[in-house]
Design a protein around this ligand. Structure first.
Ligand SMILES: *Cc1c(COP(=O)(O)O)cnc(C)c1O
Length: 379
């Protein structure tokens, strides 16, 4: 097999540089780079794009997840150590947020889509369970509807970690419609790349109001509305020990440009995924992680399960291909040692999952080359 001239990376963000600079220039010329101005524009554009009723632009999905749990905890009066059911197969942001809000993660198992299994979620419910965080791994909706049904029947709050799901549709709608709060990431390698930012979208407007306060140190009015608010602009109350989690206009400028290209970029990702599926779908000793039939995935990731991941990665590196692993089961990390759950499928997947390169600049030739190398290494 030929070694390609250039290394093929797992992810590679694409920025429309001139458009980004034009948007940022507006901020600089106006002298407003912070909260307000472009952050309001991206919030409005994101509500239009997703159809969700509320959207608050924050500095990361990590912040969005932490805000979601703190606000739900305070509004619903959850106590320290109350339980949140979650998946081990995620970026640690998801599960850190639970612990940072003073709550206890309870790990449930995954299904063939590598997302939370509704049966496992049901089994993990105790009198102290308050919420479930569903992670749309790779952009997939997995069995989200069934998990939400379990949650509604048990009166549990539903948080959707949609860090991979910008542009995903379930039966034609944004999957955030099913959740009480949805958290998106616009981190540099996600489908809508900025540098670092994200969105927290509460179903209830009252909670969105709290998100604005909690993300600005507990201050009840933001600087932008104060600086346009006349004589009493300096007058505000602080009644909560909040964080500084809000987004800024420079990141919002990048997000506004990214949003213009999100659908077209996701279409390219879907084309790449289809090519991989065609070429790898019937290779022996290798499984493609499936996507559920009603899901139009954002295709943040293309994941396969392999038997000998170490030698596969070694072989790919020798061929100039750099894959990734999403994720090792979080229960393997020492910080989660006290929160073990019985999650055999997640544990198995944690040893076998491999993410192949997936970004909008991959060419058809590269996808064929990668598939060819993977096939040879599996034989
Ligand atoms: C990237 C990611 C996050 C965190 O997003 P940031 O914007 O980088 O904070 C959370 N959950 C998942 C599943 C992610 O992949």
């Amino acid at each position: 097999m030929d070694k390609q001239a250039e290394a093929i990376q797992l992810f590679q963000p694409t920025f429309r540089v001139d458009e980004c600079l034009d948007e940022i220039r507006e901020c600089l010329e106006m002298g407003w780079t912070g909260l307000g101005f472009k952050t309001l524009e991206i919030e409005s554009a994101w509500r239009d794009f997703t159809g969700l009723p509320n959207a608050h632009f924050v500095n990361s999905a990590t912040a969005a997840l932490h805000l979601s749990l703190e606000i739900a905890r305070d509004v619903h009066g959850w106590l320290a150590g109350d339980e949140v059911i979650t998946t081990p197969l995620t970026f640690v942001s998801t599960n850190h947020a639970i612990v940072r809000a003073g709550l206890s993660p309870v790990f449930a198992d995954v299904d063939e889509y590598m997302c939370l299994s509704p049966i496992s979620v049901l089994e993990k419910i105790t009198p102290r369970t308050r919420a479930v965080i569903f992670v749309g791994l790779g952009g997939s909706t997995g069995q989200l509807e069934q998990v939400v049904d379990v949650c509604r029947a048990a009166g549990l709050f539903v948080i959707l970690d949609a860090a991979h799901m910008s542009g995903t549709r379930l039966r034609g709608r944004d999957p955030g419609h099913l959740a009480d709060v949805t958290c998106h990431s616009f981190q540099a390698v996600k489908n809508l790349p900025t540098a670092d930012s994200g969105m927290v979208c509460f179903a209830e407007s009252e909670l969105d109001g709290l998100a604005r306060k909690y993300s600005w140190l507990g201050i009840s009015r933001d600087t932008y509305s104060r600086s346009h608010g006349g004589t009493y602009a300096w007058m505000y109350d602080v009644d909560y020990f909040g964080d500084k989690y809000h987004g800024n206009s420079v990141m919002a400028a990048l997000a506004l440009v990214g949003l213009r290209y999100l659908e077209a970029d996701n279409e390219k990702r879907r084309h790449i995924a289809e090519t991989y599926e065609t070429l790898l779908g019937s290779v022996e000793n290798l499984q493609v992680v499936p996507t559920p039939p009603d899901c139009l995935s954002s295709r943040h990731l293309f994941q396969i399960l392999v038997n000998d991941r170490v030698s596969m990665i070694r072989g790919l590196h020798q061929a100039g291909i750099f894959p990734g692993v999403h994720y090792r089961a979080n229960t393997d990390y020492s910080v989660y040692a006290e929160f073990q759950g019985d999650t055999p499928l997640a544990q198995q997947a944690s040893e076998r999952l491999l993410s192949l390169p997936m970004h909008v600049r991959l060419t058809d030739d590269q996808v064929q080359y990668i598939s060819h190398v993977v096939t040879e290494l599996t034989a």
